[in-house]
Write a protein that binds this ligand. Sequence first.
Ligand SMILES: [Zn+2]
Length: 444
Amino acid sequence: MITAHSAVATGPDLTAGSDRRYSSEMIIRARIVVTMHGAPIENGAVAVSGNRIVDIGTFDDVKARNAGNTVDLGEQALLPGLINAHCHLDYTCLRGKIAPQKSFTDWIRAINAKKSGLSPKDYVASINEGFEEAKKFGTTTIANLTAFPELIAQIQPAIRTCWFAELIDIRAPNRANELVDFAMESLRSALECADMSALSKRRHVAALQTQHSGLAPHALFTASKDVFHRCEEISKQQQILLTTHLAEAREEMEMFRDASGSLYEFMKGIGRSMDDCGNETPLGLFVGAPGGRALPHWIVAHLNELSETDFELLERSNSKFHVVHCPRSHNYFGHSPFAFDRLRSLGFNICLGTDSLASNESLSLFAEMRLFQKNFPQVSPEEIFRMVTVNPARALRQENALGQIQPGFVADLIAVPCSTSTDIFEQILAFDAPVSWTMVNGNM
Ligand SMILES: [Zn+2]
């Protein structure tokens, strides 16, 4: 695991008696505190020391147990910071630059054309701009795929970041190990470099950089079996996270299952070996990899195109991966309906993401929750809110540090206005503005 600062929760012992006092530096009071474990606390408060939450409860109780200055947020709800489970900040600068295309393959052609005009300097600016926007909309942790891990050392994340080095070897066949090892080394040295700067005034930035990170073979159609295999080997050895895009578009299904369609023709045309096409669905290939696949290691984005045989496969599978749904990007591409109910009933941990601004309008997870609610009105607002807090924390193996307001968890908090009139989770989903109060890693 690439982590210089362990994110394992080390909270105070709350069993020591109600008269125990904590050494907090700050007490944050709000009309309601939405902890995501147990009922929201009316007239609640959170005590923070350093980058950790040390106490929660009603304002009176927290004040009685803690010294420290009070920050009163007034008529607001205090929430755990939001977690974006799938994004590519590389392409923040492509917002509005690619109109929806007739086919997914045409979109790939269009983004490739745009990417060819971007320099490393453009990508650094694009990623930094994306961090600021994500933070503006209440995101305090982001799972960010980058095609340029070597640029990480030049970047100053405004929020907590799980970096994933994205891997595509379509134009470099037979160099899978070399490619993956180079990406891993780039990731490691960029993060170490950031960690070294913990000794300097960039301490805050470094603390956010050195979180759990991982590898991202882009997709079955762009990354070879060998790349996937090597990534899994490294993941097992070093406990890093893995993510990929799977069963995203109809053309991907056509390519693998039927050996036909525009994605098939495009990939064949650029020299990809098409030996793996004509038999299995994308999910069948992914789950049924030779030697088995360590499914719990994987965070799988999309999963829009699933056949009945795929569902049978998922039902038979004992282990589960994590799933990320990106509602607005899904809408932009016009993919088949996302099978939320079936995947949930099979026990998948489902999270929300924004994907990149090459297929979305903004990096607001509030907007993603609202579109999800429109598409799945039977799902409770609380469950939807879990998909940007508790669920992605689990996918990122940070369930003891992120996504809830609990003693021992990191102090990543946001506040949004609230009233007494309606359900608090309904109010959260309806919030449609920049977040005016944010704390990341104990810093306001
Ligand atoms: Zn993506």
